[in-house]
Design a binder for this molecule. Structure first.
Ligand code: SF4
Length: 205
């Protein structure tokens, strides 16, 4: 295992979060199957990584009760209900914008529905990330999230924000701005409530 990956996993553990490393998405799904018990209620936040690794489909087709925010034609109120229910799921799944080598997670969110259950509620939170999400420092993590992840995410969401044309963040005040919450998770009270799985490929952005 590469030294940077070892360092990140060791420091996640020092910060009371579990760290795992797998080579492929097939190994990732095997590991997920061992971490999530049959019959558990599972929810998730938006994540290109979870889409690309097949995690959403794996959970939907498995023996789980799924709190699926991606069901078609959900009304605004139905989505709000799912977001609130995510605080009480057994397992919440998410990607992350960055993992620092000193074992911290940094994320930007628009309405907080992804980062809020990371902070409190679900019995366990499983974070899946490609090795492209590793950054040396918190400063690098913020830079990565603001200048790489957020503009690409705004484009994915078809936002009319300046970054989708410029390809970089100008800290806009646009009404469609997606960067409202900047959240650094530096540790946990409950040991291993957050489990971070690093996959030895590039996923998401
Ligand atoms: S603050 Fe505005 S310009 Fe910057 S990434 Fe977010 S939406 Fe784009």
């Amino acid at each position: 295992m590469e030294i940077r990956i070892q360092k990140a996993i060791m420091n996640l553990q020092r910060n009371n979060m579990a760290g795992y490393f797998v080579e492929t998405k097939e190994e990732l799904l095997q590991l997920m199957a061992s971490l999530i018990k049959n019959g558990e209620r599972v929810g998730w936040g938006d994540s290109v990584t979870l889409e690309e690794t097949g995690v959403f489909e794996f959970i939907r087709s498995g023996p789980f009760i799924v709190n699926d925010k991606h069901q078609p034609d959900l009304t605004r109120e139905e989505k709000r209900k799912i977001y609130l229910e995510n605080f009480d799921v057994d397992t919440f799944l998410t990607g992350t914008n960055a993992i620092t080598l000193d074992g911290k997670l940094f994320n930007i969110d628009g309405n907080g529905s992804r980062v809020a259950p990371m902070l409190y509620g679900p019995r366990q939170v499983i974070v899946v990330a490609g090795i492209n999400k590793l950054t040396d420092t918190v400063e690098n993590a913020i830079q990565r999230a603001r200048q790489i992840a957020a503009p690409l995410d705004a484009a994915r969401l078809n936002k009319d924000t300046p970054c989708t044309k410029l390809g970089k963040c100008i800290d806009c005040r646009h009404p469609q701005r997606i960067c409202n919450d900047f959240v650094l998770i530096a540790g946990q009270f409950v040991k291993n409530r957050i489990k971070v799985i690093l996959v030895n490929q590039e996923y998401g952005f």
